[in-house]
Structures are given as structure tokens and as C-alpha cells.
Design a protein around this ligand. Structure first.
Ligand code: GLN
Length: 305
């Protein structure tokens, strides 16, 4: 950890005032109210050491990073049957694209683009009695943290401007791949995206993907080793939409971004790292977050390749 600490501090100072060409997301109006200068990093190692710099304790909207936890819970319920509803191929398209759905008969390319996450939410609506409450309880158990909440303002703000997601959900329903009421599924989807966490909370909650021996305080295992391997594989190939190749090329770790400016990256058997900087590049991924992680895996020589 000593080695990681020094490197993280150095890169943080080096990048803090870098010329950031990104833009804060504004298609969800509440996200545009966040200060673009926020910058935080936190690492959690598999031997449970923790280190953070900058705004690592400030909560922010994790947005699409929540798709990882939704997928995990759906995978626990359905196991391999889940892949009949959502595929595991990169889409090479923006996160909110409708393009491939028609040719693919309503089966989304992967669970990390919006269409795929909406199908995952539908699967969860079929299994959970109170989807919003039960999903939050699951996240609380995985992170051993009762201080997790949805941001109702962000959820309502996305609902107001969520035309593409509404279109996606209805379109998929027309193929029969949404089983529940579209309004119920979308309300659940908008809420999971509004979940708030700090970098510290995010790197801790992701530990089950890095640590094969992870069990919760209640004594539950989250995933089998094989399931964790598969989720990491989808993260590597699909976690950054049509920039997934670029992230693998530059950073070399499985990871997931969100339009709130957060990114998590997993080094299996070593660590999870979370970075937050709200300005996004044109592909919808945090500009400084990606730069930070590229520099970090280069300086620590710790990518999976
Ligand atoms: N809630 C956002 C949306 O559906 C999530 C997108 C993202 O973080 N990439 O547009």
C-alpha cells in the first residue's frame, strides 16, 4: 500500500489542474449542478487497506456504475439463464443507442449499455418484492454500509428528460423482453442510477469483484469465482461503451464509468480503485478519471496484462 499511496498522491497533484477538455453532463439537469472541480480517488486493497485523496469522501451520483450491482444481483437470481435476456458482446455504440435493438430482436448487446441495464432491472422487478428497497439493502450488505441512499431529485430529474430510456424500454417490451410494467421498470432504473456514493464507498463496495474469498458481514458470498470472472470480463469489454477498447488499451483493467463522472476499476486479487471527476469526454466517460487510471496503472505496472 505504501507504494500505491505515494503514486496516487503524486498523480493527484499532477492532474489536479490539468487542462480538462471535458463537459459536465447536463442532459439530466440535476447533474449539471455539481461543481466540475471535484476530484477524488480512493483505493481499497484485497487485504482491506484503504487510502483516499481529494474529494474521496464526497458523495456523488454513481449513475451507470450501479449497473454493475444490478447485474450482480440479477446474476445471483438467474445464473446462466440471464444471458438469454441480455447478451455479452460490446456494442461499439453510445450508451443510450437504440440502433442494434431492432436487428437483435430486443436482446440488448450487453448489460452495461442502457438497454441492457433496463432489461436487468426488469429481471430484478420480477424477483424482488420491493425492488428499490431490496436493491438498496443488497448494496448495503455488499458494502457493509447502511449510509446509502437514492437521490430523489436526481431520479425525478432523469425521469423528466429520460425520453431515450423510455423509448428503449417500450421498444424492448414490443419484442417481449420486458415482462413488467414499463413505468415500474423505468422508475426502478432511474432510482438505481441516482444512487449516491463517495469514492471510498465505491471502491469498498466493488471489492467482491477483486477478492475471491469475499464474504459479507452477514456471512454471505456474493458471487462464485466463475461468476465474478464473467462480470469482470464484461466490464473489460463493455464497461466504457464505445470507448471500452480504449480503456483496456490505456488502463488495462476491468472497469465501469457513470455520467456522474465516477469510474471504478478492478484489479482481480489486488485492489479496487474509484475516481471521481465530473467533466466527461465526448464518449460520456470522465476525462480526468481515465487519465488518472492510465497514469496509475502505468506507474504501478499493475494492469492485468
Ligand atoms: N442514468 C443515465 C442514463 O440512463 C446513466 C448513463 C450513464 O451513466 N452512462 O442516461
Amino acid at each position: 500500500m505504501e507504494n500505491y499511496k505515494k503514486i496516487i498522491e503524486d498523480i493527484y497533484l499532477e492532474l489536479k489542474n490539468v487542462d480538462d477538455t471535458g463537459e459536465v453532463a447536463n442532459y439530466i439537469s440535476e447533474l449539471a449542478t455539481v461543481s466540475p472541480d471535484n476530484f477524488g480517488v480512493n483505493i481499497t486493497t484485497t487485504n482491506k487497506e484503504n487510502f483516499g485523496v481529494g474529494d474521496f469522501n464526497t458523495k456523488f451520483s454513481i449513475q451507470s456504475i450501479s449497473k454493475v450491482f444490478a447485474l450482480t444481483l440479477a446474476y445471483k437470481f438467474e445464473d446462466a439463464k440471464l444471458w438469454e435476456r441480455v447478451n455479452v458482446e460490446p456494442s461499439g455504440n453510445p450508451f443510450n443507442s437504440l440502433l442494434q435493438l431492432e436487428a437483435n430482436l430486443g436482446i440488448p448487446r450487453n448489460p452495461f449499455i442502457n438497454s441492457g441495464a433496463i432489461v436487468v432491472c426488469d429481471v430484478l422487478c420480477s424477483h424482488l418484492k420491493n425492488p428499490k428497497e431490496d436493491f438498496l439493502d443488497f448494496c448495503k450488505e455488499v458494502s457493509n454500509n447502511t449510509d446509502l441512499k437514492y437521490n430523489e431529485k436526481v431520479a425525478q430529474s432523469e425521469k423528466k428528460s429520460g425520453f431515450r430510456n423510455i423509448a428503449l424500454c417500450n421498444f424492448i417490451k414490443s419484442f417481449g423482453n420486458i415482462k413488467n410494467d414499463v413505468d415500474e421498470v423505468l422508475d426502478f432504473y432511474f432510482h438505481i442510477c441516482s444512487l449516491e456514493m463517495s469514492c471510498k464507498e465505491l471502491s469498498k463496495i466493488s471489492l467482491f469483484l477483486a477478492d475471491d474469498n469475499f464474504i459479507t458481514n452477514k456471512g454471505h458470498r456474493i458471487l462464485t469465482m466463475s461468476q465474478a470472472k464473467r462480470i469482470n470480463a464484461i466490464l473489460l469489454t463493455c464497461g466504457f461503451y464505445d470507448e471500452s477498447g480504449e480503456f483496456a488499451f490505456k488502463v488495462g483493467l476491468p472497469g465501469k464509468s457513470g455520467v456522474g463522472g465516477g469510474i471504478i476499476a478492478i484489479h482481480p486479487d489486488k485492489y479496487c480503485i474509484a475516481v471521481w471527476s465530473p467533466k466527461l469526454n465526448e464518449k460520456g466517460n470522465s476525462y480526468k478519471g481515465m487519465l488518472f487510471l492510465e497514469t496509475f496503472t502505468t506507474k504501478t505496472a499493475s494492469s492485468i496484462f
